[in-house]
Design a protein around this ligand. Structure first.
Ligand SMILES: Cc1cc2nc3c(=O)[nH]c(=O)nc-3n(C[C@H](O)[C@H](O)[C@H](O)COP(=O)(O)OP(=O)(O)OC[C@H]3O[C@@H](n4cnc5c(N)ncnc54)[C@H](O)[C@@H]3O)c2cc1C
Length: 289
C-alpha cells in the first residue's frame, strides 16, 4: 500500500522547481520512486509529476553539437533510435539492458541519473561520452559535467530547488568505438553486479583518446582517470591488457554486499576491462559502432 500524498502536475519547469524547493519529491517515470514508497523507504508528503513538462521532453542529434536529450527521454527511446546504434553504441548497450521493456518505456535517463545509484546502466556510457547535465533552478540555469554530478550514493549536487533539465552529449570522434559490459547474476531484470564501459578514438594505431567508466565499483559510478592516462597516446600494439585490467581495479573501491564480495568485484573489473577494451577497439577499427 502506498501512503497518502499530495500530487502536483506542473506544466512548466519554474513551477516544478518552486514545488521541489518547498520539499516536494519529484518523479518522472516513478520506477525508482514508487518502488521505494511501496517498500517504506520513502514517505514523501507531496509528489511532483514532471512527465507533462514539455521543456524536459524531446531528443535531437546534430553532427556538430551531438545529442541534446530532455531529462524525460526514456531508455526505450534511446534503445530504438538508429543514431544511438550508429554513433553511441555503448549507450544503446546500457539503456537496452535496463529492467524490462515496460520499465524502459517508463524509466527516464534523468531519473536514472538523479537516482544516483552506483549501478545505473545509462551512467557509465554517458560518462565515457563526456555528457554534461543542464540543470535549472529558481535562480536560472547551470551546466555540470556528469563526472561531477554525484555527491555520494543516492546523492547529487542538485540544490533543493533544482531539476535536471537536459543532458548534452558531444559527438564521438571519427574512428572511435565504445562498449559497455554489464555483469549480472542472471540474464534478465537484474542490477549490474559490475559494469565496465570504454570509449576510445584511434589515430592509425595510436590511442588518441580513451575514457573508462566503472559502475558498482565505488559509492558512485566513476571514471578511471589513471588508467586512461596510462593508455592515452600509446600504440595499440604496446598495450599490456593484464596491466590495464589491474590498473583499473586499483582505481576502484567496491564494497562487499549480498550480491558479491569486494574481491570478486575487483577480479571482475580486471577481466571485464580487457573485454570491453578489445570490443571497443574492434568497433573503432571497422565496424563504426
Ligand atoms: C523492476 C525494475 C528493474 C530495474 N532495472 C534496472 C536496471 O537494470 N538498470 C538500471 O539502471 N535501473 C534499473 N531500475 C531502476 C529504474 O528503472 C531506473 O533508475 C530509471 O531510469 C529511473 O527513471 P524514472 O524516470 O522512473 O525515475 P523516478 O523514479 O521518477 O526518479 C528517480 C529519482 O530521480 C529523481 N528525479 C527524476 N527525474 C528528475 C529530474 N529531471 N530532475 C531531478 N530529479 C529527478 C527523483 O526525485 C528520484 O529521486 C529498475 C527498476 C525496476 C522497478
Amino acid at each position: 500500500m502506498l501512503p497518502q500524498f499530495e500530487l502536483y502536475r506542473p506544466k512548466c519547469l519554474q513551477e516544478a522547481c518552486e514545488l521541489k524547493g518547498q520539499g516536494a519529491m519529484v518523479f518522472a517515470g516513478g520506477t525508482d520512486v514508487f518502488v521505494a514508497m511501496h517498500g517504506g523507504r520513502l514517505r514523501p508528503k507531496a509528489l511532483v509529476d514532471v512527465k507533462g513538462i514539455g521543456e524536459m521532453q524531446g531528443a535531437t542529434f546534430d553532427e556538430q553539437s551531438g545529442l541534446n536529450l530532455g531529462a524525460l527521454t526514456t531508455h526505450r527511446t534511446i534503445e530504438e533510435w538508429d543514431i544511438i546504434k550508429e554513433r553511441y553504441y555503448a549507450l544503446f548497450e546500457g539503456c537496452s539492458q535496463v529492467g524490462s521493456v515496460q520499465i524502459r518505456h517508463r524509466g527516464t535517463l534523468g531519473g536514472n541519473i538523479c537516482n544516483a545509484a552506483p549501478s545505473a546502466d545509462s551512467v557509465g556510457p554517458l560518462l565515457v561520452f563526456d555528457a554534461k547535465c543542464v540543470v535549472v533552478g529558481k535562480e536560472g540555469q547551470r551546466t555540470v559535467p556528469l563526472s561531477q554530478f554525484f555527491a555520494g550514493p543516492k546523492k547529487t549536487v542538485l540544490a533543493a530547488d533544482e531539476l535536471l533539465y537536459r543532458i548534452v552529449v558531444p559527438p564521438p570522434a571519427q574512428c572511435s568505438g565504445s562498449a559497455y559490459i554489464k555483469y549480472t547474476r542472471r540474464k534478465a531484470m537484474d542490477l549490474a553486479l559490475l559494469g565496465v564501459c570504454v570509449y576510445l578514438a584511434l589515430d592509425g594505431n595510436l590511442l588518441r583518446d580513451v575514457r573508462i567508466a566503472l559502475s558498482t565499483a565505488a559509492p558512485t559510478p566513476i571514471r578511471a582517470y589513471q588508467t586512461e592516462a596510462m593508455l592515452r597516446g600509446k600504440s595499440t600494439e604496446d598495450i599490456s591488457m593484464e596491466e590495464m585490467g589491474k590498473q583499473a581495479a586499483a582505481e576502484a573501491s567496491p564494497r562487499s554486499s549480498w550480491r558479491a564480495n569486494r574481491e570478486f568485484r575487483l577480479k571482475l573489473i580486471e577481466e571485464l576491462m580487457q573485454r570491453a577494451f578489445s570490443t571497443a577497439l574492434a568497433r573503432a577499427g571497422g565496424d563504426r559502432r
